[in-house]
Ligand binder design. Sequence first.
Ligand SMILES: [Zn+2]
Length: 349
Amino acid sequence: MEMSLMRRLPKIELHCHLDGSMRPATAAQIAEEEGIELSCADLRELTERMTAPPSCSSLVEYLERFELPLLLMQTRSALKRIAYEAAEDAALDNVRYVEVRFAPQLHTRGGLSVDEIVTAVAEGLSEAEARYGHCVRMILICMRHHGQMDNEEVVRAASRFVSLGVVGVDLAGDEAGYPNELHAEVFELAHRLGLPITIHAGEAAGACSIRCAVEKLRARRIGHGVRLREDAEVTQLIRERRIPLELCVISNVQTKAVPSMDHHPIRDYLDSGLLVTVNTDNPTVSGTNQTREYENLARRFRFSERDIKNVARHAIEAAFVDEERKRQLKASFEREWRELGLTAGEAQA
Ligand SMILES: [Zn+2]
């Protein structure tokens, strides 16, 4: 496929962190407005500080890149603006549906309540949605290193704010240091409240973390799941239960979830019938967007037109929205593909 086509493709993003999406220029402006000293000479240096190197020593080193954004995401106005811009950047990249995720408990340092944080983000996202006409939803994240009370507060907020566009909950952070088992009760509560669950698993820990996410935390999707191939039985479980994987190829290489791009399993996963979806994880921290992800897939993994359609179809199916919205998305993607002259793989629909 022609690379120039990648930007024009309709896209769908299920795994995108708000704090990893902040524009460096916005970071500079917010710091200036709030009198926060960032000790950066210029925008180039600031961008470098907010972007992870192509290869970090571990997930923990990658996560350090979030310190600066989090410092600046502690007021209602900053949260609203950053949310608006993240949704705007997605729209400009032809993303038609995006689930933006964030951890409310990481934004309370300035005294905001969880409710104030969620409503500020919701306002920014819905303003962008109204302007660009795409569909933007929220996933609230529980943090692995936080206690049960803090995480249950997030789950209850998620349930309360469904009408503002919250569609699910997630668990993120240091997977190797704080395993899934610690959080079973929190996600039992989410399940009782009827909230769809996705869990970061199989990124910094192995396939057993994925099994635990599905069997103990009731995950309907897996964030990353890149290390699934380490266990044939767990792979079979994920395939049989049709659990989608939110793969983030560029990020997975940076965090050392895979040793290098050549070792990423996305091609094998797709060919073996797993429900692969394509995501950015963190546009700013990973220096990416959906277009770059697709360009990389076409170049390095020989993704064909058919493959690109199939991962989009998987993502629509996996989205945490109602069937009517999925039907609309599917119809509009099929229409856009036809308009772009992409006719391969029609029968697969
Ligand atoms: Zn993530």
